[in-house]
Design a protein around this ligand. Structure first.
Ligand code: NAD
Length: 433
């Protein structure tokens, strides 16, 4: 199959490289010329484990190439995937579909007959109808199909997720387009990943429903953690005790500082906007969005409480800034609200992150970035563990403590045990324990 991928970000680049690895002929297109220049020089524009090797292998095998020229890239393609961003629209929280519609307009006059146009971006129900309308208006006699194929990969584990998905969802009623999608994903369902065919609208909603459900699970255990703190219970035990029930499952039951990242915040918000517009409110998701928003600043206040309630002139060291480990993605990371709360209270903030400091410096210019966890701790009154990178799981606690001026350690990911932290001379607080 010959495939073009429009948008070479976290999703487009990983999907394109994996399709090439299956043996398809793939061109990844992006309008960001710098990104394409980097990719052509085998420099990855994002940090994703294993991506550099995967890209190089497939470029060397001449199955994967990069271009800024969409029109020439579309020649002879069986399918063109739209994998551009769909951020929250400023002002009202609806999904901003301007990049998707711009891509549809650009491809409309350049695709061959019987090309499948696949929306991989996360888009509200009805977007496929509009993409179809845009293409038909520009090219009224063309035979084409618009298919929804949402992506479920997680940053940090993206290649494994793409190659061994729990399911592949394909939304279309057009039989020849289903055949093309079957051929593209054949290597995966030969490996027994189920492929689920639905209507386009159901497929679009599946992605939002999945993310909203996962966000709900996280928020649920976070609220249980707060209750544990009041009642003298331990959220890790509660989480294990409920997660062992197969109907509940143990994943996404880790209490922490609230969900962030490039998907859950914007997708939960977009879902509730769609629901409100259709007079079918999703009250549970509304509560989740609100609880999660409030939680991030509450985590900043938790650190201030560990400082004795007054942060003015105090130095706080943060370990981890990205929204989760193994990515450099800072979009909607809880660290942003935590830093803001600390700065508002008059603290100075120092930080370390294994991969995220370059991105973080753009968003948080007031934070002093340091070369190691120990350098961040130098002279600090309090240290807070914000993202659970492996590099922070086995810190030399004595060295960390002796670098610090104060003795407060706030573990927002519950990665340490209180007895080992206290033995190293810290005053320790964590989440729900
Ligand atoms: P991203 O911002 O990393 O990448 C989008 C890319 O598209 C950018 O490089 C941008 O320059 C490019 N682009 C925009 N308009 C273009 C155009 N007209 N022509 C060519 N290139 C264009 O975004 P992402 O994180 O890869 O997300 C893409 C979509 O996938 C979103 O809808 C997102 O919700 C969804 N998604 C993301 C993830 C994730 O973990 N990041 C997971 C599942 C789904």
């Amino acid at each position: 199959m010959k495939i073009a991928m429009i948008g070479s970000g976290y999703v487009g680049l990983v999907s394109g490289a994996c399709f090439a690895d299956f043996g398809h002929d793939v061109v990844c297109v992006d309008k960001d010329a710098r990104k394409i220049d980097q990719l052509n020089a085998n420099i990855m524009p994002i940090f994703e484990p294993g991506l550099d090797t995967l890209v190089k292998t497939n470029v060397d095998a001449k199955r994967l190439s990069f271009s800024t020229d969409l029109k020439s890239s579309l020649k002879g393609c069986d399918a063109v995937f739209i994998a551009v961003g769909t951020p929250s629209r400023r002002g009202d929280g609806h999904a901003d579909l301007s990049y998707v519609y711009a891509a549809a307009e650009e491809l409309a006059s350049a695709i061959d007959p019987k090309t499948v146009v696949v929306t991989k971006s996360t888009v509200p129900v009805g977007t496929g109808d509009e993409v179809e309308r845009i293409i038909r208006e520009a090219n009224p006699t063309l035979e084409f199909a618009v298919v929804s194929n949402p992506e479920f990969l997680r940053e940090g584990a993206a290649i494994g997720d793409f190659k061994r998905p729990d399911r592949i969802v394909v939304g279309t009623d057009v039989e020849w387009a289903r055949e093309t999608m079957r051929a593209i994903y054949r290597p995966l369902f030969l490996n027994e990943s189920p492929i689920l065919f639905t209507s386009r609208r159901s497929s679009e909603l599946i992605k939002y429903a999945a993310n909203a459900f996962l966000a709900t699970k996280i928020t649920f255990i976070n609220e249980m953690a707060d209750l544990c703190e009041k009642l003298g219970a331990n959220v890790r035990d509660v989480s294990r005790g409920i997660g062992l029930d197969n109907r509940i499952g143990s994943k996404f039951l880790h209490a922490g500082p609230g969900y962030g990242g490039s998907c859950f915040p914007k997708d939960t918000l977009a879902l509730l906007k769609t629901a409100q517009d259709n007079d079918s409110p999703v009250r549970i998701v509304e509560a989740v969005v609100q609880a999660n928003d409030l939680r991030k600043r509450a985590m900043g206040r938790k650190i201030i409480a560990a400082l004795g309630g007054d942060a003015r002139g105090k130095k706080v060291a943060l370990l981890g800034l990205t929204f989760k480990p193994n990515t450099d993605d800072m979009r909607d990371a809880p660290s942003i609200a935590i830093v803001q709360t600390l700065l508002d209270a008059g603290a100075q903030v120092y930080a370390h992150d294994p991969e995220g400091m370059e991105e973080a410096s753009k968003i948080l210019p007031e934070v002093v970035m340091t070369e190691s966890a120990y350098a961040a701790a130098e002279g600090a009154d309090a240290i807070a563990l914000v993202t659970e990178w492996d590099a922070y799981r086995a810190l030399d606690l004595a060295k960390l403590r002796s670098a610090m001026k104060g003795d407060a350690m706030v573990d927002l990911r519950n990665i340490y045990r209180s007895n080992e932290i206290q033995a190293a001379g810290f005053r320790y607080s964590s989440i729900g324990r």
